[in-house]
Ligand binder design. Structure first.
Ligand code: FES
Length: 72
């Protein structure tokens, strides 16, 4: 009996230092009321800094914040 390797994940999430979370793959995006948000693509950037005017998506505003504000 051989063990099969674990399946490849359908979604990957990458922490962009000082910026957003980059989500790639076959994901669904929902608001707090579980209503779908159409990301219009299979790669999105989710805001981690709280400054975006397009939350939950990153609009690049993090680049205007001090670097020490978003180090992780
Ligand atoms: S992480 Fe880009 S605007 Fe917040």
């Amino acid at each position: 009996m051989s063990e099969n390797p674990p399946p490849e994940p359908d979604v990957s999430i990458t922490v962009y230092p000082g910026g957003p979370l980059i989500v790639r793959g076959a994901f669904t995006l929902q608001n707090a009321d579980l209503e779908p948000i159409d990301p219009r693509r299979q790669v999105v950037a989710l805001c981690r800094c709280g400054l975006s005017r397009r939350k939950p998506l990153c609009d690049g505003t993090h680049a205007l914040s001090p670097p020490e504000a978003n180090r992780t």
